[in-house]
Design a protein around this ligand. Structure first.
Ligand SMILES: Cc1cc2nc3c(=O)[nH]c(=O)nc-3n(C[C@H](O)[C@H](O)[C@H](O)COP(=O)(O)OP(=O)(O)OC[C@H]3O[C@@H](n4cnc5c(N)ncnc54)[C@H](O)[C@@H]3O)c2cc1C
Length: 443
C-alpha cells in the first residue's frame, strides 16, 4: 500500500483511514466516518500540513480529469488531483505555460491552491491563487460552492492558502500564460556575497520574469551569502524543440541513504563544489523548461537521501531591513551552526498581494533550506531562527513546516482567527491541531 507521508518524512503520522477518491459525486457524503478529514494531494508538503494523525485522509489523486480548455483565452479547467506535470504535457505543445510553478511539477492543482504556492516569478505573477478564476468547494454538509472573486468571495479567500481545511476542492479553473516555445533563455551569475545578491536581484526583477539563487549557506565572513543567481525569460523564437520535454527520470533513490553521508564535511564539500562549478562570473544559455524549473525532479524520491529520520525544510520571508541586517543575521546563525543544507534557495518576493487569507508570500526576501533531522539540536536551531524571524516581522511557510510553535504561528498569521470561521467542522490536520491547540492560544 502507498505510504501517506509528507516529503520531509518528519513527523510520521498515521491516518486511521485513507479514502481514495475517484469521482466528484462519490464524495457527496463526507460524514462516512466520525473522525476528522483532510484532503491529500501528492504529499509534496514537507511537514505535517498534509497529515492527519488518527483521522481520515481523502486521497484526491484519482480526481484527475481535464474538464475544459479554452485555447483562445488560455483558461484551463481540471479536477483537483491533476498534476502540474500532466498539465504541462498538454499545454506546452499548444503554446501555453503555467502561470506559477513551484520547484517540482509533481504537485496537484488542489495542493497548489491550498498552499497558495509561489514560484520564481512571484515578482511578476504573484502566487498560484492570483491566477485562479474559480473552483468548486465541497463541504461536509453536502453543500457545493462555486468560489471566485465575484462569488462566495470569503470561501475563495479562505480556501486559497487554506491548508485543505475549508472543504474539498473538486475542480479549479485558472489562467495560463502564452509562450512561443518550450525553451528558456537563462543567465547564471556568480555573486560573492549577500550585498551583491541584492544588487543583481534589484536589476533582474525589472528585466527577467524568473529569478532565483542558490546560496552557499556554509560560507562566512566576507563571503556570507555567496551563491549563483539564475534568471530567465521564455524564449521568443517561433519554434518547438523536441528535446524540451524531459519525460524520463534518469535516477531514483530506492533506499534510505545512510546517515554518515550527511555530515558537516559532505555538506561543506557540496556547497563549495557547487559554487566553484560556476567558475565563470556569467554564463548564458537556452535550455528546455524542465531542467530550469525542476532540477530536483531529475532524481525521483530524492527525499530519501536524508535517511530514515527525514529532514526539515525551513522557509521564511522577512521584509527588507536597513543594510539587510536581518537576513545577514540569519545566514550568519545558520553558517555558525554548521547544520546548513546542501543548497539554500534565496529570492525576493514582489508586491503582488495574494487573495488568500493565510497566504505566505509577501514583499521581502525569502530563504528556503533543508536541515537533516538530528533531533533536539535541529529543533533548537529552528526555534532560535523563529525568534529572529518574529523579531523582524517575518513569517514561516506552513507548507514547509513541521515544528513551529502555536505562539509563532499565531504571531505570523494574526488573521488565523478570521480564517477559522471558514474551516469545515469535519476537517482538521496534524498541523492545525499543533498550531492552534488549547493552552497555546493567545487571548
Ligand atoms: C522539490 C520541491 C520543491 C518545492 N518548491 C516549492 C516552491 O517553489 N514554492 C512553493 O510554494 N512550494 C514549493 N514546494 C511545496 C509544494 O509545492 C506544496 O507543498 C504543494 O502544495 C504540494 O502539493 P501536493 O499536491 O503534493 O499537496 P499535499 O502536500 O498532499 O497537500 C497540500 C495541502 O493541500 C491540501 N489539498 C490537497 N488537495 C486538496 C483538495 N482537492 N482540496 C482541498 N485541499 C487540498 C492538503 O490538505 C494540504 O493541506 C516544493 C515541494 C517540493 C517537494
Amino acid at each position: 500500500m502507498q505510504k501517506y507521508e509528507s516529503w520531509g518524512r518528519y513527523p510520521s503520522a498515521k491516518p486511521e483511514t485513507v479514502k481514495p477518491v475517484f469521482w466528484q459525486d462519490e464524495i457527496a457524503d463526507l460524514n462516512f466516518s466520525s473522525k476528522s478529514l483532510l484532503p491529500y494531494g501528492f504529499g509534496r508538503s514537507y511537514g505535517d500540513s498534509c497529515l492527519n494523525e488518527g483521522g481520515v485522509l481523502l486521497d484526491t489523486s484519482g480526481l484527475n480529469r481535464f474538464l475544459c480548455f479554452d485555447e483562445i483565452n488560455g483558461l484551463l479547467r481540471c479536477e483537483a488531483g491533476v498534476s502540474l506535470a500532466e498539465i504541462l504535457e498538454v499545454i506546452v505543445p499548444r503554446g501555453w505555460f503555467l502561470p506559477v510553478t513551484p520547484g517540482t511539477k509533481f504537485v496537484s492543482v488542489g495542493g497548489a491552491i491550498a498552499n497558495d504556492i509561489h514560484g520564481k516569478n512571484h515578482h511578476r505573477g504573484g502566487t498560484f491563487g492570483c491566477n485562479v478564476t474559480q473552483f468548486e468547494l465541497l463541504r461536509s454538509n453536502g453543500e457545493r460552492f462555486i468560489c471566485s472573486p465575484t462569488s462566495n468571495l470569503e470561501y475563495f479567500q479562505a480556501t486559497i492558502g487554506g491548508l485543505g481545511l475549508t472543504g474539498v476542492i473538486l475542480w479549479a479553473e485558472f489562467k495560463l500564460k502564452p509562450i512561443q516555445n518550450a525553451m528558456i533563455d537563462v543567465e547564471e551569475i556568480r555573486f560573492e556575497n549577500i550585498e551583491e545578491f541584492f544588487e543583481i536581484s534589484a536589476q533582474s526583477d525589472r528585466d527577467f520574469e524568473y529569478t532565483v539563487s542558490w546560496v552557499d549557506c556554509i560560507a562566512t565572513g566576507k563571503n556570507l551569502g555567496r551563491g549563483v543567481f539564475m534568471r530567465g525569460n521564455h524564449n521568443q523564437s517561433k519554434y518547438q524543440s523536441k528535446e524540451a520535454v524531459n519525460k524520463k527520470l534518469p535516477g531514483t533513490v530506492p533506499l534510505d541513504a545512510p546517515e554518515f553521508l550527511l555530515n558537516g564535511l559532505t555538506m561543506k564539500a557540496f556547497n563549495t563544489t557547487f559554487y566553484h562549478i560556476h567558475l565563470q562570473k556569467r554564463r548564458i544559455k537556452t535550455v528546455p523548461y524542465d531542467p530550469f524549473f525542476y532540477p530536483l525532479d531529475k532524481v525521483d524520491r530524492w527525499n530519501k537521501l536524508y535517511g530514515k529520520r527525514g529532514f526539515l525544510q525551513y522557509q521564511f520571508v522577512i521584509p527588507s531591513s536597513d543594510n539587510h541586517r536581518a537576513i545577514r543575521e540569519i545566514l550568519g546563525r545558520i553558517s555558525d551552526s554548521g547544520e546548513g543544507s546542501f543548497l539554500a534557495v534565496l529570492k525576493e518576493f514582489g508586491h503582488i498581494k495574494s487573495p488568500g487569507m493565510l497566504s505566505f508570500p509577501r514583499p521581502g526576501v525569502t530563504l528556503a533550506l533543508d536541515f537533516a533531522f538530528h533531533g533536539d539540536k535541529t529543533l533548537r536551531l529552528l526555534e532560535d531562527l523563529d525568534g529572529t524571524v518574529r523579531r523582524n516581522a517575518g513569517v514561516v511557510y506552513p507548507a514547509k513546516d513541521a515544528r513551529m510553535s502555536a505562539e509563532s504561528f499565531q504571531q505570523y498569521y494574526p488573521n488565523w482567527r478570521e480564517f477559522e470561521q471558514y474551516i469545515d467542522p469535519k476537517f482538521s490536520s496534524s498541523f492545525w491541531r499543533r498550531v492552534t491547540s488549547p493552552g497555546h492560544i493567545k487571548g
